[in-house]
Design a protein around this ligand. Structure first.
Ligand SMILES: Cc1cc2nc3c(=O)[nH]c(=O)nc-3n(C[C@H](O)[C@H](O)[C@H](O)COP(=O)(O)OP(=O)(O)OC[C@H]3O[C@@H](n4cnc5c(N)ncnc54)[C@H](O)[C@@H]3O)c2cc1C
Length: 382
């Protein structure tokens, strides 16, 4: 079987397929340095704070998986220590979004997540360094956290290879179709490979890959910036904080990793860094929320692309029912692909080895909803 794209999703799929006995797994990845891939530039956040039970269940499995990652991914000569930091996740909202946050809190509780709801006084009491005037309520998921994305990718890749998966440095440029089966892939280097199953895990490029078999995916590249800053003041340990401005901040080494998602960002393969974005947008939001950031040093900033699902912001996982039986897409992660990669890799192995979902039923996140025009979005998640 052929996996197109060797990022964290393709490599997780390769690992789970091999560990479940698949005999011949070939991963096609044009760039072993992953210079344009999303995985190495991710913030690393892993949270259970979702509204869809499927997303909560995927996070539950994946976070536990990542906590044991070094052990599970053990290979001679590589220690895949993803440096899991269980700092917690904190969503804070104003009155306008309080009902939605509380509703999601109830869903998360009902799905076994150890979440805590804090009112404004409790937020101010627990996080005295945060401005809370405009806040109504917060949801804390204390056992969520963050990790090193590149080690997650390398860990999956090296373990998959040690189990026999083959990585080929090339690009898929064509797919061979026979009826409802994709029977092979054509490579940019001129070669061809036959395949009994094909997985499209090409991230932002998955739309172009699926187009080769006339499958339209509502998935587009969306640029996002990440900034690393240092401050002079010593703040107590803080969770990963998300606020109503879509500001994200978490500790990183001796500083902080900060981002602010712009959903209106024009779609496309634009990797340029807008060096005014931090000063114009991110810094004011950051200093307004945490005054200790009024004075800071911006040490580094970079860009990366979300594979944004413009249909409903959720992943698209599975085949094209009734049209393409053995071609499975796994894309549209919209900023959540790293945290869900273990669950997605396992799910793909189930679809291929067991012919159906065995653990978490992810049918609602399949391509059929796109064909039916029935979005399955997260609700009230900032
Ligand atoms: C700034 C930023 C912050 C983020 N923060 C988080 C976070 O905190 N938590 C989280 O869970 N997620 C986060 N994400 C999202 C996460 O990084 C992605 O969802 C995830 O990495 C997707 O993995 P992937 O393997 O699908 O894609 P990628 O890592 O992009 O890999 C896709 C691979 O496909 C290859 N490819 C492309 N075309 C072809 C072809 N024709 N043939 C063969 N191979 C091909 C590419 O070379 C690439 O290596 C963030 C993303 C960004 C940009």
């Amino acid at each position: 079987m052929v996996v197109i794209g060797g990022g964290v999703i393709g490599s997780s799929a390769a690992y789970f397929l091999k560990s479940r006995g698949a005999s011949n797994v070939v991963v096609i990845e044009p760039d072993p340095t992953y210079s344009k891939a999303a995985t190495p530039v991710a913030t690393g956040g892993c949270r259970r704070l979702f509204s869809l039970p499927e997303n909560i269940a995927m996070s539950e499995f994946s976070i536990e998986f990542y906590k044991n990652f070094a052990q599970t991914m053990m290979t001679p000569g590589y220690h895949a220590d993803v440096q899991w930091k269980e700092g917690g996740y904190l969503f804070v909202v104003g009155a306008q979004h309080a009902d939605a946050l509380e509703k999601n809190f109830n869903t998360q509780r009902a799905n076994g997540v150890a979440v805590e709801l804090l009112d404004r006084a409790a937020i101010a009491n627990r996080y005295p360094w945060m401005k809370t005037d405009d806040l109504a309520v917060a949801c804390l998921s204390p056992h969520d956290g963050w990790l090193d994305p590149n080690t997650a990718l390398q860990g999956f890749r090296k373990k998959a290879q040690s189990l026999g998966a083959q990585y080929v440095t090339d690009r898929v440029v064509g797919l061979t179709l026979s009826g409802s089966q994709v029977t092979g892939v054509q490579l940019g280097g001129g070669g061809t490979l036959s395949a009994d199953y094909v997985v499209n895990a090409a991230g932002c490029w998955s739309g172009a890959v699926s187009k080769l078999v006339a499958m339209d995916l509502p998935v587009n590249p969306m640029r996002r910036f990440e900034h690393f800053v240092e401050i002079e003041e010593d703040l107590p340990p803080m969770p990963l904080l998300k606020d109503p401005e879509r500001l994200v901040v978490r500790p990183e080494g001796n500083g902080y990793s900060v981002g602010l998602v712009n959903s209106d960002e024009p779609r496309g393969f634009n990797f340029d860094v807008d060096h005014t974005w931090f000063e114009r947008v991110v810094w004011p939001a950051l200093a307004a929320r945490i005054p200790a950031f009024e004075s800071l040093k911006l040490r580094r900033e970079w860009s990366g692309l979300y594979d944004e699902c413009d249909f409903d912001g959720n992943m698209i996982l599975g085949n094209w029912p009734g049209r393409l039986d053995n071609f499975f897409v796994a894309c549209g992660f919209s900023g959540h692909g790293l945290m869900h990669a273990p669950a997605v890799g396992r799910a793909l192995s189930e679809l291929i080895v067991d012919k159906r979902f065995e653990t978490i039923d992810l049918s609602r996140l399949g391509y059929q909803r796109v064909l039916d025009g029935k979005p399955c979005p997260e609700v009230g998640i900032i």
